[in-house]
Design a binder for this molecule. Structure first.
Ligand code: ADP
Ligand code: MG
Length: 134
């Protein structure tokens, strides 16, 4: 284990639900530090580029529409084992399968509108932080 950085996004539904504070409290209570953050309105090309890995999936166009539907909070979390820890705090992609007490179990309304993004490994964390923070 080591000190890592990971990219977190509070998606438009999370911002609309006014749970930025609640979500970030969970990260901080778990020992993660928010070391950079910005509110953004993603353009279509921002969202398409960020989710390029999913471009052939049936849900891609809906995903881009959702991610551009309002402000997002893009942030860097830092801490011991931050990548996996963040994924654990978030819960599974599908809220119906997310463990009790996770962000997605508590707040997500569907497999698409699932409140938060988190990098899924060291390479994606590095690339995603670079994508938004240069
Ligand atoms: P995660 O965000 O947990 O890493 P994925 O990388 O598989 O999940 O998917 C990226 C995002 O695409 C999800 O968070 C969700 O918003 C959306 N998504 C994933 N699978 C589906 C699906 N089957 N139908 C609609 N949207 C989906
Ligand atoms: Mg993913």
């Amino acid at each position: 284990m080591s000190i890592e950085r990971t990219l977190s996004i509070i998606k438009p539904d999370g911002v609309r639900k006014k749970i930025i504070g609640e979500i970030n409290k969970r990260f901080e209570d778990a020992g993660l530090a928010i070391v950079n953050a910005k509110m953004m309105q993603l353009s279509k090309s921002d969202a398409e580029g960020f989710y390029a890995i999913h471009k052939d999936r049936s849900f891609f166009n809906d995903l881009v529409a959702y991610m551009t539907s309002g402000l997002v909070m893009v942030q860097i979390l830092e801490g011991e084992n931050a990548i996996q820890l963040n994924r654990r705090i978030m819960g599974a992609t599908n809220p119906a399968e997310a463990a009790d007490g996770t962000i997605r179990s508590d707040f997500a309304s569907s497999i698409e509108e699932n409140v938060v993004h988190g990098s899924d490994g060291p390479e994606t964390a590095k690339a995603e932080i670079e994508y938004f923070f240069g």
